[in-house]
Design a protein around this ligand. Structure first.
Ligand SMILES: [Zn+2]
Length: 71
């Protein structure tokens, strides 16, 4: 089982989303799929003993990532 890098605890919860508090939507990395632009959401692994975010990650790392800001 994974351990917290900060406190060594093992009460880690993963796949939490990064969300804005007052607006609909979430933060993520933009990618293109044919003519569409999607957003792969950031996921968090949180230690429930000390509150440390141990990992920030995405589930699908093989997207066609947008490397420049969309104009
Ligand atoms: Zn911890």
């Amino acid at each position: 089982m994974n351990k917290c890098k900060h406190c060594g605890g093992d009460k880690l919860i993963k796949d939490l989303h990064v969300k804005r508090s007052n607006e609909i939507g979430f933060y993520g990395i933009p990618y293109t799929k044919s003519i569409f632009v999607g957003t792969e959401p950031f996921r968090i692994e949180l230690c429930q003993e000390c509150g440390t975010i141990n990992r920030l990650y995405v589930k699908d790392m093989n997207r066609n990532w947008v490397k420049d800001d969309p104009k």
